[in-house]
Design a protein around this ligand. Structure first.
Ligand code: OOG
Length: 247
């Protein structure tokens, strides 16, 4: 028997103590369903501390990320209001943060079926996600990373634009003015809209719906890069402007 609550607390403590832990699967026989149960229990701990759900993030939606992390399935995690980084990220509170470019969707009304997902979008923006695996060396199996809320740590986004085709947006990540990653949103399942529909499907499967005001991060189009201290990061999406963050 897997003690879902105890495993969620172990991950939650690791994040709060800024200390990496061994993979849960080293000792507990987790499958993906158990991983999601641990993820939900972890979100419950956050909710009890007053955090509110702010959206969802998709993971492993691009080949570059699957290859980087050695996994082969799409996953999701939940975002809370306290993960939102307005303009700065304090990396001293994170274990080994990495940053990646994102396409962000703003949900305008409740999504009751995956087919409704695109018409429910109120805006699109370029965004970023700061990942921080709670596991040693950023190494995990699929159930481990699912339990760890898909490595979610912080996120941000630029100005919202009216809904539009974002199937081939050129993305650029610069750190201190130096380009460190380039890619296209087409790397996200061929079109980030597929990732959005998958988010709606996964939410419904978990007894939830994408809600008005929620953000959906469609997943990275490039590999993630280490986020150093005292850095200035700019993520730009062709036609969507940019978003900046300092550490
Ligand atoms: C897991 C999260 C992956 C993405 O965009 O593919 C992810 C990780 O790489 O630590 O968010």
């Amino acid at each position: 028997m897997v003690d879902v609550h105890a495993l969620a607390e172990r991950l939650d403590d690791a994040a709060r103590d800024v200390r990496a832990i061994p993979r849960l699967t080293d000792e507990a026989p987790l499958d993906e369903a158990a991983g999601y149960a641990v993820q939900r229990a972890g979100i419950e701990l956050r909710r009890r501390r007053g955090e509110r759900l702010a959206g969802v993030k998709m993971g492993f939606t691009s080949r570059a990320k699957m290859v980087q992390m050695g996994v082969d399935d799409v996953i999701w995690g939940l975002l809370t209001d306290r993960m939102l980084a307005e303009s700065s990220v304090d990396v001293s509170g994170l274990i080994h943060p990495r940053i990646e470019p994102e396409i962000a969707y703003l949900i305008g009304r409740e999504v009751r079926s995956p087919a409704e997902a695109e018409s429910a979008v109120a805006g699109v923006a370029v965004g970023f996600e700061v990942l921080d695996s709670r596991y040693c060396d950023f190494k995990f199996t699929l159930p481990d990373v699912i339990a760890d809320n898909a490595s979610a740590a912080r996120f941000g986004f630029g100005a919202w634009h009216p809904p539009r085709d974002v199937s081939n947006v050129g993305l650029l990540v610069e750190i201190d003015g130096r380009p460190v990653q380039t890619g296209s949103s087409a790397a996200i399942l061929g079109d980030p809209a597929r990732s959005l529909r998958a988010a709606a499907r996964l939410a419904l499967g978990a007894g939830m719906t994408l809600e008005p005001g929620w953000i959906v991060l469609a997943g990275a189009a490039t590999a993630a890069v280490p986020l150093p201290k005292d850095a200035h990061v700019r993520v730009t999406g062709a036609g969507l402007g940019g978003v900046e963050v300092t550490t």
